[in-house]
Design a protein around this ligand. Structure first.
Ligand code: NAD
Length: 296
C-alpha cells in the first residue's frame, strides 16, 4: 500500500520502519529533518508537509504527542485533510482523549474520510519489534480495513468498539498501571522500613494476591527484577511524564462523564510531584523514590 505517515518520534519512527519492511511505500513527514532523513535512508519518501504525505496515499497514519498536534496536523492549510483523497482512512495511533477523537472523526467524515483511533501499548521496544498491541475504535468495517496495515507494526490488533473506544481502552489500562505501580512502590518501601528483604517481599507478592505487572515485571525496588528499569537507574522504560499525561487524560475523561476517579487522581498527583522534583524523564516506577525519601 501507499501510506502517508506523520510523526516520526520514539514510536513513529520504528513503526514507519516496520511498514517499509512489510513492503509498503511510505511517505513520511515530521517537523524534525533528522527524523525524516533517517527514514529516507531506510527507503521512505520525504514529504514536504503533512498534506504532501497524505496526497496520493491509500492510508494515512499519525503518531503525535497530544490532541493539539493531531488537530493541527489534520486541519492546517498544509495538513492531512487538505491533501487526502476522498474515501481514504486516517489512523491515529497517538494517545489522546476520546472526545477529541470524535471531533476529528466528524471533521474527516465531513469530507468523506474515516478516522480510526488506534492507540498502542508495548512501548518503544514493541514498536521496534513490531509487536505492539493496537486498540482500535471504529466500525467493524473500518477495523477490517485497517487490520492488514496495523499487522505490519503489531501483534495484537483488537477491535474495541465504535470510534473513541480504542482511547478508552488505552487510558483505562494506564489508569490501572499508574495506580498499581504506586501501590507496589508503597508496599515495597513499607516492607523495607519494617525490615524484610525486598527480594523476599517481591517474591511473596508474585506468588500471592498482590501480584501484578508492576510487581512481577517492573518491580520498582532496585535489584528485585534484574531486567526492570529500577535495576538500571530508572532509565529506558515508560517515562513519568508520559504516565502523567495518560492519567490526566483519564481524570479529564472521568470528569466529562461525571465519574469518580479517586485513585487515578491521587496517582496523578504523585507522578506530578515526581515531575516537579525533576524526575519526569525517569521511568514511572521511580515513584518509589517518593516513599524512600529520595528526590531528583
Ligand atoms: P515523541 O515526542 O517522541 O514523537 C512525536 C513526534 O511528532 C516528534 O518527532 C515530533 O517532531 C512530531 N511532531 C510534533 N508535531 C508535529 C507536527 N505538527 N507535524 C509533524 N510532526 C510533528 O512521542 P512518542 O514517544 O513517539 O509518542 C507518540 C504518541 O504515542 C504519544 O501520544 C504517546 O503518548 C504515545 N505512546 C508513547 C509510548 C512510548 O513509550 N513512547 C507508548 C505508548 C504510546
Amino acid at each position: 500500500m501507499k501510506i502517508g505517515f506523520v510523526g516520526l518520534g520514539h514510536m513513529g519512527a520504528p513503526m514507519a520502519l516496520n511498514l517499509l519492511k512489510a513492503g509498503h511505500t511510505v511517505a513520511v513527514f515530521d517537523l524534525s529533518a533528522s527524523a525524516m532523513q533517517t527514514l529516507a535512508e531506510a527507503g521512505a519518501q520525504k514529504a514536504a508537509s503533512a498534506k504532501a504525505a497524505a496526497s496520493g496515499a491509500e492510508c494515512v497514519i499519525t503518531m503525535l504527542p497530544a490532541a493539539a498536534h493531531v488537530r493541527s496536523v489534520l486541519t492546517a492549510e498544509d495538513g492531512v485533510l487538505a491533501g487526502i483523497a476522498k474515501g481514504v482512512t486516517i489512523i491515529d495511533s497517538s494517545t489522546i482523549d476520546p472526545a477529541s477523537v470524535k471531533e476529528f472523526a466528524k471533521l474527516a467524515a465531513a469530507q468523506g474520510n474515516a478516522f480510526v483511533d488506534a492507540p498502542v501499548s508495548g512501548g518503544t521496544g514493541g514498536a521496534a519489534a513490531g509487536t505492539l498491541t493496537f486498540m482500535v475504535g471504529g466500525s467493524a468495517e473500518h477495523y477490517e480495513s485497517v487490520k492488514p496495515v496495523l499487522s505490519g507494526m503489531g501483534k495484537n490488533i483488537v477491535h474495541c468498539g465504535e470510534t473513541g473506544t480504542g482511547q478508552v481502552a488505552k487510558i483505562c489500562n494506564n489508569l490501572v498501571l499508574g495506580v498499581t505501580m504506586a501501590g507496589v512502590a508503597e508496599a515495597m518501601a513499607l516492607g523495607e522500613a519494617l525490615g524484610i528483604d525486598p527480594k523476599v517481599l517481591g517474591g511473596i507478592m508474585n506468588t500471592s494476591t498482590g501480584r501484578c505487572w508492576s510487581s512481577d515485571t517492573y518491580n520498582p525496588y532496585p535489584g528485585v527484577i534484574e531486567t526492570a528499569p529500577s535495576s538500571r537507574g530508572y532509565t529506558g522504560g515508560f517515562g513519568t511524564d508520559l504516565m502523567l499525561k495518560d492519567l490526566g487524560l483519564a481524570t479529564d475523561a472521568a470528569k466529562g462523564v461525571h465519574q469518580p476517579a479517586y485513585m487515578g487522581a491521587l496517582a496523578q498527583q504523585l507522578y506530578q510531584a515526581m515531575s516537579s522534583h525533576g524526575d519526569g524523564k525517569l521511568d514511572f516506577s521511580a515513584i518509589i523514590k517518593l516513599y524512600r525519601g529520595e528526590k531528583g
